[in-house]
Ligand binder design. Structure first.
Ligand code: TMP
Length: 238
């Protein structure tokens, strides 16, 4: 597989074309942003953790019947993926109150829900990724009815798989964000990443935060949290 020119640079990843028009190479950076890019920094080793951890999750999910963009891990920071058109929706699943949910509804963090919730944000940096409902997403032609149904079904399935997986590692999956894409034939697959950047992970015993909230909230121990999640998922040191 030959790496060709850079197609796009995002906040945490670069994307390259390859000699196969249906495949891209994703390269994970150590750059971190929060609050729609307002806060900027670096988390040493994050790119490696997020790449390898995300790939492990994608392979687990494939086994459980969720199609993903994953093809092959090329190196510590680079992965070959299927080319998709990203559906411009951030899909957020929550098991426990935290973050914007706690803030918006005026409740404390850490309240477990009887059932997981789902919400969508319109993926648009200029607008600050506003919350959107499925009717609005349809009106804006961001996705079809069938696509939204498929995305919901996969998102809850992913939650079931990941919640159980992380619990075995002593980690509570509080909430997370997913992105989906369309292959050239229209098939919906899971894309982007599943990592401490995109999930909230709390240690079962201590409640310690093991995710990007340490960076967002200046809690310190950011690198340590990422390498702890790496150690628990990969069974080796980052
Ligand atoms: P929130 O509580 O800030 O809405 O975040 C919900 C989940 O989504 C949390 O696990 C962090 C993740 N997330 C992203 O991956 N990207 C984002 O831009 C935001 C705001 C949240």
């Amino acid at each position: 597989m030959e790496k060709r020119q850079q197609l796009y640079e995002g906040k945490a990843k670069k994307v390259f074309l390859t000699d196969d028009e249906n495949m891209l190479i994703v390269s994970y950076k150590d750059d971190a942003t929060a609050f729609n890019g307002l806060k900027k920094g670096q988390i040493a080793g994050k790119g490696v953790v997020n790449n390898r951890m995300s790939n492990m999750m994608m392979q687990l999910l494939e086994k459980e019947g969720v199609p993903t963009h994953f093809i092959k891990e090329l190196s510590e920071r680079e992965t070959l993926v299927k080319k998709v058109k990203i559906v411009p929706l951030e899909v957020i699943i929550r098991n426990v109150s935290a973050g914007s949910f706690a803030k918006r509804y005026g409740v404390e963090e850490g309240i477990p829900f009887d059932e997981p919730t789902i919400e969508f944000s319109y993926k648009c940096d200029e607008l600050g990724d506003p919350l959107i409902n499925s009717y609005h997403a349809l009106a804006l032609k961001l996705a079809t009815k069938e696509e939204i149904e498929t995305i919901k079904k996969y998102a809850f399935k992913i939650n079931d798989v990941l919640k159980a997986y992380f619990l075995k590692l002593g980690v509570r999956l509080i909430d997370f964000k997913l992105e989906f894409g369309r292959l050239s034939d229209g098939t919906i697959v899971l894309a982007d990443e599943i990592s401490p950047d995109t999930c909230r992970f709390w240690d079962v015993k201590t409640g310690e935060k093991l995710d990007k909230d340490r960076f967002r909230r200046d809690l310190g121990g950011v690198e340590e949290a990422y390498s702890e999640m790496f150690k628990r998922t990969m069974g080796e040191k980052a």
